[in-house]
Design a protein around this ligand. Structure first.
Ligand SMILES: Nc1ncnc2c1ncn2[C@@H]1O[C@H](COP(=O)(O)OP(=O)(O)OP(=O)(O)O)[C@@H](O)[C@H]1O
Ligand SMILES: [Mg+2]
Length: 251
């Protein structure tokens, strides 16, 4: 079951550096929200706090009614790079997401997660035998195996070529359809945001605050060539004044 993610008046500093400056954000159960913003504005910090990996902040982060005050199995996090254990095969890397849970139920959860990312046939493979896209699908399966209520993704497809990235976006949508988590995705790729999200949240320069919210109306599955999406992309670019940001993916 998915839950609402609520971030209220969130403030974070690293020493003298204010990184998040009073951020409010609500993601409804099973909603997909993309977060875009200038490089270094605090997006990864926001996800780390929401995942409970850093509890030194002011304000509130809640999953459903529960305050986030440490890592929680209800919240999954996928990073830009897959971070797999090279000595464990694919199934064991995914099972690692389950921690101490073993037995037939754990086995079924791993099987389902591998099926969701279409890697059943590679359960016994080692990470060195996988392409970059497949490795990232294993990372996605490892995050899904606990059936998280909230899934956080930090530029998960950034290291991949454009073609693989598009395929992975479809894998993500298929997995989301199966597990229906509340999904918060940080991306530099505006096309990715338009293709996947119900809403795109724009953050301003550090310290991060929400400066605009753009609803993406077309129903999924979307056509990447939909002119509505192209028009929204232009609106996004203008809102962010990011046309000259070298990290922006324009392909
Ligand atoms: N552990 C840390 N200690 C001190 N400063 C940090 C730490 N982590 C991040 N920062 C600083 O906080 C700011 C925000 O970092 P963060 O990684 O959240 O930005 P970002 O929006 O994810 O950037 P990018 O778009 O490049 O991924 C940056 O100036 C960064 O140098
Ligand atoms: Mg980041």
């Amino acid at each position: 079951m998915s839950r609402r993610l609520s971030v209220t008046e969130l403030r974070k500093r690293y020493g003298d550096l204010p990184v998040i400056g009073g951020l409010d954000l609500e993601v409804a159960p099973s909603e997909i929200v993309a977060v875009v913003g200038p490089s270094g504005c605090g997006k990864s910090t926001l996800l780390r706090l929401a995942a409970g990996l850093d509890t030194h902040y002011r304000g509130e982060i809640r999953v459903g009614d529960q305050l986030v005050c440490g890592p929680h199995p209800a919240v999954g996090l996928v990073f830009q790079e897959p971070r797999l254990f090279p000595w464990l095969n694919v199934a064991d890397n995914v099972a690692f997401g389950l921690g101490e849970r073993h037995g037939p139920h754990a086995h079924a959860l791993v099987r389902d997660a591998l099926e969701a990312v279409e890697l059943t046939a590679f359960a016994g493979a080692l990470p060195k035998e996988l392409s970059g896209g497949m490795a990232q699908r294993v990372a996605l399966a490892r995050a899904l195996v606990t059936e998280p209520q909230v899934l956080l993704l930090d530029e998960p497809f950034n290291a991949l070529d454009a073609f693989t990235r598009m395929r992975l976006q479809d894998h993500l949508l298929a997995a989301w359809t199966r597990y229906r988590p509340t999904l918060l995705l940080v991306t530099h790729d505006l096309d990715e945001a338009m293709y996947l999200a119900d809403r795109v949240i724009l953050l301003g320069e550090r310290p991060a605050r929400v400066v605009d919210v753009i609803p993406v109306a077309p129903a999924r599955p979307r056509d990447r060539r939909d002119p509505t999406l192209a028009a929204l992309r232009v609106a996004l670019l203008e809102a962010l004044h990011l046309a000259r940001d070298s990290r922006l993916v324009t392909a």
